[in-house]
Design a protein around this ligand. Structure first.
Ligand code: B12
Ligand code: SF4
Length: 493
């Protein structure tokens, strides 16, 4: 049996990092971990091929080669997924689909042969058994959220490692909180399930043996969702890192209450966590309460960010406008918070009702839903009727983007961030020539062609003088800022 695994194309969004990746000569930020995991669950005798359409074209030859096609997608990939399904069906190939989009919108793919809802660990074995007996069904729905000790080491070797800027591993799924707009808790549950430390180290071993060096994204919904288990994992991760000469640095996502736990922060620093993404959402207490984001209320959010930064980590964060409780000056308050926080990568989105979330259900009850969400909460369109005047809200949102990604504001935050980072270069899989070429591309785009070149040179000079040991990261931040600015030219005007 020949299995073709296809990951559809992302649109060019803030999260695609496309304009920054081009400098590095990379095609995509992360590999499709869901498909690599599914691949590792297929019978050992099957041949496998991966086409991540974000790093290379899906060719006729790939489809002809396959006996069966497996595809995975998030909502933002739905148009591309539909095209993939049609292409494969037109060539008579059976198509199996799964992943977060399919799990929340299972009825939307009329052409697919087999539709998987939920995590493959709980459904794929049944499908493979049915396939052997020639009795496959159209729908496979996971009856439960499986324990993660069933999850095999993903087939990392299928991915073209050199085309990505980071690799991914997953320690846990699910989050104990209950934010109204969140679909994670609907898809992956409110009881965080973790792998064993041994499983995580085996995944890191696999990456190391494949020659990966550099950034690893621990793609958990909330890395500290199960603090007790994380406290067990981190000492083993630190020992593993030291044993192997610290081949990786890490980035993850966590809830803001991470700031309360100095011991955990210290262990994360020692394990070489360099970046953490926080869901801050809004500095407005009423809006946080409305969103049921209790873990962010009654705390000084700015102080929490500063605390985490004081452990050498760059804080990245998500912000949302469009809550019913947002006051009219919300836009200025968000700008002010971001300005004060030293968070260069501030991902600001319009509130979006994702399918089957608590927010979706409430807005439906209130008769305020307008349409399906595109999944991209940065494109400036609303899928519900907001309390605030819609045009005022969208214009205010765009003003935030234009302000925070303007070169002066962005470079100021980047310097603030650099001042707190752990000193010293991160491990990387790179060559001197590759680095020099990437640097030359950045200099040409930002320091020669760009209208904001004076600000770029001022920034670079200050980074070289004050943050010499993190100069490579300073250049990466400049490239990221360029990406955000390019997209803001589309979304912010
Ligand atoms: C890492 C990550 C990213 C990475 C991209 C990673 C990549 N290349 O795949 C980045 C940071 C770029 C990203 C961006 C975005 N993301 Co994202 N991301 C994640 C995250 C945290 C982990 C993904 C992952 O690797 N999971 C680990 C694997 C093992 O899990 P899995 O993919 O679900 O796979 C399992 C099952 O779904 C199933 N399965 C999966 N595929 C298939 C296929 C078949 C055939 C079968 C049978 C089964 C199956 O079995 C697998 C094993 O159990 C998830 C949250 C999560 N828990 O997954 C959000 C998540 C997938 N992202 C999401 C969103 C909304 C986005 C953005 C749109 C955010 C935004 N507002 O712009 C952007 C879009 C990207 C873009 N360029 O436009 C949503 C998707 C919602 C949805 N219903 O589709 C999620 C669920 C989180 C959330 N609610 O915010 N994301
Ligand atoms: S903390 Fe994050 S992952 Fe957890 S429920 Fe809230 S939004 Fe979802």
């Amino acid at each position: 049996m020949r299995a073709l695994l296809v990951y559809p194309e992302f649109p060019d969004t803030y999260w695609s990092f496309r304009h920054a990746l081009a400098f590095e000569g990379k095609r995509s930020a992360f590999p499709p971990l869901g498909l690599l995991t599914v691949s590792a669950m297929l019978p050992g005798t099957w041949e496998r091929r991966l086409v991540d359409m974000n790093v290379r074209r899906l060719g006729e030859g790939d489809i002809e080669w396959a006996d069966m096609v497996f595809a995975s997608a998030m909502i933002v990939q739905k148009d591309s997924l539909e095209r993939v399904v049609s292409m494969c069906k037109a060539r008579g190939k059976p198509v199996v689909v799964g992943g977060p989009y399919v799990s929340t919108s299972a009825e939307q793919l009329p052409e697919a042969d087999h539709i998987f809802v939920g995590e493959a660990e709980a459904t794929l074995p049944e499908f493979l058994g049915d396939l052997e007996r020639g009795e496959t069904k159209r729908f496979y729905r996971a009856a439960e959220r499986p324990a993660l000790d069933l999850t095999p080491v993903p087939d990392f070797g299928l991915a073209e490692l050199g085309r990505y800027s980071a690799m991914s591993v997953q320690y846990s799924r699910g989050c104990p909180f209950s934010c109204e707009f969140c679909d994670i808790i609907e898809i992956y549950g409110r009881v965080p399930r973790t792998k064993t430390s041994g499983q995580v180290l085996a995944e890191l071993d696999a990456l190391r043996e494949l020659g990966w060096r550099g950034l690893v994204f621990v793609v958990d919904d909330n890395f500290i969702g199960n603090k007790r288990n994380v406290r067990r994992l981190l000492p083993e991760l630190i020992a593993w890192s030291e044993r192997h000469g610290r081949p990786f640095s890490f980035i993850t996502e966590a809830s803001v209450n991470l700031a309360e736990d100095d011991a955990l922060l210290e262990m994360m620093r020692r394990a070489n966590f360099r970046r953490v993404f926080l869901g801050i959402e809004t500095p407005v207490e009423e809006s946080l309460k409305e969103a049921r984001k209790g873990q962010n209320t009654r705390r000084d959010l700015l102080a929490s960010v500063r605390k985490i930064q004081s452990y050498g980590m760059e804080v990245m964060a998500g912000f949302i406008v469009g809550f019913d409780s947002d006051p009219e000056d919300i836009f200025d308050r968000q700008i002010e918070f971001i300005r004060e926080s030293g968070i260069p990568l501030a991902m600001v989105g319009l509130l979006t009702a994702l399918p089957d979330t608590q927010l979706w259900r409430r807005l439906k009850r209130e008769g305020r839903l307008l349409k399906e969400s595109s999944g991209d909460n940065t494109e400036g369109s609303l899928n519900f009727v907001p309390r605030m005047n819609a045009a005022f809200l969208v214009e205010g949102y765009r003003k935030i983007l234009r302000t925070i990604y303007s070169p002066a504001e962005y470079y100021r935050r980047a310097l603030d961030c650099l001042a707190h980072l752990t000193e010293g270069p991160e491990p990387r899989r790179s060559s001197l020539l590759g680095d020099a070429a990437a640097f030359a591309r950045v200099v040409l785009a930002l320091g020669v062609r760009d209208a904001a070149r004076a600000e770029f040179w001022r920034y670079l000079r200050r980074a070289a003088v004050s943050h010499r040991r993190n100069f490579a990261h300073a250049v990466t931040l400049a490239a990221m800022g360029y990406h955000f600015r390019k997209l803001t030219e589309v979304h912010g005007e």
